[in-house]
Write a new protein. Structure first.
Length: 403
């Protein structure tokens, strides 16, 4: 859609505004600006690449606030354009503000709300657009937006809990590595110089630590570059298709952490499925959307195969039961939901149950990690200190060695 650069004045205050608007024609752009109580002083088509849309990724918290506020405004009876203008004015995030303004302009130009959102895939994923589209078709946009807000709030809450649970062990591990490197590079060589003056053979553990310190000090830069290269290589590998399949197949089988990762994917699957089914999106389209938002390649493949089986006439539970990635407990509950005709409610219960299990596991893991990290730090740092002071305990033998 062409973009037009304009200079206009507000009818009330007379304040001059310089900005851009997208519309099919210049007349449509002028009409859209008049609807916004702007008197056009000058307008011309913007020269540049056509078909490009502005905007980028936005934080989940900003998306939650936008969805919740828009749902409230629409439910109160405000017009879509008026609601979007109000949200654009009060949004502090510049990227989000620009996206809302662009969506507002497109709605003024005649696009539906879902079509306008579709122009910003980095901010509004396919799940979001599909649910909004279903709400527009069924005349239940405010209700659908409220459901979306609840869904996004639950997602944000779970993500925050996982991050906070992992923050403590990550920080402590990084600090332990930094302290260990500092001791090896700066402190141990000082002891090494002192012990070399004795001219005697040092105890085995002390000598090993001296050699390790010398190696780390000599090849420190090489270790840093090599470590950075390994991390970068691993991150690059898991972004490739074979790498993602390799990592996704193994991360859900890891001890403790694998169970958490698996439950997070299952909770996302059941909650997304429940939201889309309740919004009236066709089941085959639902499964295609869910497969792209579940966050695990192995599960994504299983859902796509199940979608083909459902298209042939099988029930959802029967199609999913063929894949071991879906536990039998979930299959049984989905079967019960199909039999009672309340599959969306049953899926929501499953997601709530999984969320509780994830929270319980994370709480237990956090309390278990603390003593483990304390023991780890004690063993590593304490072991280094003991190794360095071991020659002092045998000072008599070292200073006057046996002949």
């Amino acid at each position: 859609m062409p973009s037009f650069v304009y200079v206009a004045r507000e009818t009330g205050s007379g304040r001059e505004i310089r900005s851009s608007v997208e519309a099919a024609t210049e007349q449509a752009a002028v009409a859209a600006l008049l609807n916004r109580n702007l008197l056009v002083v000058s307008i011309q088509e913007k020269v540049g690449k056509k078909g490009r849309t502005s905007g980028g990724k936005v934080a989940l918290a900003d998306l939650v606030i936008f969805t919740r506020q828009l749902a409230t405004m629409i439910d109160a009876g405000l017009a879509m354009v008026q609601s979007l203008q109000a949200l654009a004015d009060q949004t502090p995030n510049k990227v989000m503000r620009d996206i809302i303004k662009d969506v507002c302009t497109r709605v003024e130009g005649g696009d539906s709300f879902s079509e306008a959102l579709q122009k910003h895939p980095n901010a509004f994923n396919r799940l979001y657009v599909s649910m909004v589209g279903a709400g527009e078709k069924g005349g239940l946009l405010a209700e659908i937006l409220a459901r979306l807000a609840v869904y996004l709030e639950n997602t944000a809450r779970l993500r925050k809990k996982v991050k906070s649970a992992m923050m403590y062990p990550t920080v402590v591990t990084v600090v332990a590595i930094v302290i260990t490197i500092f001791l090896l590079v700066k402190v141990i060589p000082v002891f090494g110089d002192i012990y070399k003056g004795f001219g005697a053979e040092l105890p085995g553990p002390t000598q090993f630590l001296m050699n390790l310190s010398e190696t780390v000090k000599q090849y420190f830069l090489l270790f840093i570059i090599g470590g950075g290269g390994l991390v970068y290589g691993w991150l690059y590998f898991i972004k490739t298709k074979p790498g993602r399949e390799f990592w996704d197949a193994r991360r859900i089988k890891l001890p403790v952490f694998g169970a958490i990762a698996h439950k997070i994917c299952l909770a996302r699957f059941t909650r997304t499925l429940a939201s889309l089914i309740r919004s009236g999106v066709p089941i085959l389209e639902v499964l295609q959307i869910v497969s792209q938002t579940v966050g695990n390649v192995i599960m994504e493949k299983a859902i796509k195969v199940a979608s083909t089986d459902i298209e042939r006439g099988e029930s959802i539970s029967a199609a999913l039961s063929k894949h071991p990635v879906f536990p039998s407990m979930i299959i049984r509950m989905i079967t019960a939901g199909e039999q009672t005709g309340k599959i969306d409610s049953m899926l929501e219960r499953i997601s709530d149950f999984l969320d509780e299990e994830i929270e319980t596991t994370l709480a237990g893991l956090t309390s278990l990690i603390e003593p483990i990290l304390i023991v780890f730090l004690g063993v590593v740092i304490g072991g280094m200190v003991i190794c360095m002071f071991l020659p002092i305990f045998k000072m008599a033998e070292i200073v006057t060695p046996k002949r």
